[in-house]
Design a protein around this ligand. Structure first.
Ligand code: AQP
Length: 332
């Protein structure tokens, strides 16, 4: 079976619809066909300042949501990044192979550091994509299911894998991005020119999976739509409406054409009302299951620790090879 790896940060109290439709939904599907490794990337979550109590809570919330949306620890390896120390160890090696200029070109770093102020942004935020490369390369992943915003980081990962292989001999699988075009970029409900994002969106622009249903329904109903009245899919001319149609299709499995036909002669209000209902029905069982997992944190931690052990078996094999290839002495 080909292997996939992906991760998600525990930096919010809920996943948003962009995280779910852009990435996590595909994780669930891929566990059936791939040797799948999924991690809650808590090392990445401390790059912009954090509170330890909140981080611990959010790490469990992220894991509980992943189980609630359908990841099955029998069918995939679900773990927490910090429980596999090889991630940080390989990251250091890759840091030393990455040019300062190369890392400086990462647009996510540029955006986030500009927001925080260049002096205040951490070195951790700067090397974030290199740690991400280590996450992927440790598992010799063939494919990485992510949203469109991660494409540049994936390119860096591929470059680093190739560079290491050229310098020290074939060691890493060079991974491909696995980006599902239709849902690769879910946009902000209030500003369809930007991606739905926990740091860039206003609260009204972002749908959180664990939100109260009434709150999510209200956000859908007040989503920015476009001038005109006719319902059709056109991301250029009607970006707000097209985003709603994308979400509607993804949540129901219906095709765009079918929806457009069903709403012929109806208005934006009808579509929003129905989508709000679809969304709340979709999210309700996820919320319930998430809370059930969170009610038993000891059991949740046990599932994650078992996943961590399985992940470590793979990661330590790769790291041993890497250390050997670069000339470190073998431990006694
Ligand atoms: N709007 C989106 N559309 C499609 N996919 C998205 N992803 C994030 N936003 C969208 C994908 O979600 C996965 C998890 O990403 P993450 O843990 O790195 O979260 P993030 O990218 O930090 O999420 P945000 O909200 O975008 O956070 P900020 O604002 O901090 O950057 C990834 O596969 C990502 O592509």
């Amino acid at each position: 079976r080909p292997r996939v790896l992906s991760g998600i940060q525990p930096t919010a109290d809920s996943f948003h619809l962009g995280n779910y439709l852009g990435a996590v939904r595909n994780w669930v599907a891929l566990q059936e066909t791939h040797d799948a490794f999924y991690c809650v990337v808590d090392l990445h979550a401390i790059t912009a300042g954090h509170d330890p109590v909140v981080l611990r809570r959010r790490t469990r919330v992220a894991a509980a949501q992943l189980l609630a949306v359908g990841l099955d620890p029998e069918r995939c390896t679900l773990f927490v990044q910090s429980q596999v120390p090889e991630h940080a160890q390989l990251a250091w090696v890759l840091d030393c192979l990455t040019g300062f200029g190369e890392a400086s070109r990462m647009t996510q770093f540029k955006d986030k550091s500009a927001k925080q102020g260049a002096e205040r942004a951490s070195v951790g935020l700067f090397v974030y994509p290199i740690l991400q490369a280590a996450d992927i390369l440790l598992y010799q992943a063939d494919a990485v299911p992510v949203g469109e915003d991660q494409r540049q980081h994936l390119e860096l990962t591929r470059d680093l894998a190739q560079r290491f292989n050229n310098l020290f001999g074939a060691t890493f699988t060079v991974p491909e991005a696995y980006i599902v075009r239709d849902t690769a970029k879910i946009t902000d409900l209030q500003d369809p020119s930007i991606k739905m994002s926990k740091s860039a969106s206003s609260p009204a622009g972002i749908i959180e999976l664990l939100d109260e249903p009434a709150k999510s329904a209200k956000k859908i109903k007040s989503a920015v739509t476009d001038t005109g009245r006719e319902i059709y899919y056109d991301p250029e001319q009607k970006p707000g409406l097209s985003n709603l149609l994308t979400i509607y299709c993804a949540l129901t499995g219906r095709a765009i054409d079918e929806l457009v036909e069903a709403y012929a002669g109806k208005g934006y209000g009808d579509l929003k009302k129905d989508l709000a209902e679809v969304l709340t029905e979709f999210a309700r069982p996820i919320r319930e299951r998430t809370h059930l997992y969170l009610d038993d944190p000891a059991q949740l931690d046990k599932v994650l620790a078992a996943g961590g052990e399985r992940a470590r078996a793979v990661a330590s094999t790769t790291l041993r090879t890497v250390y050997d290839r670069i000339g470190f002495l073998a431990p006694a």
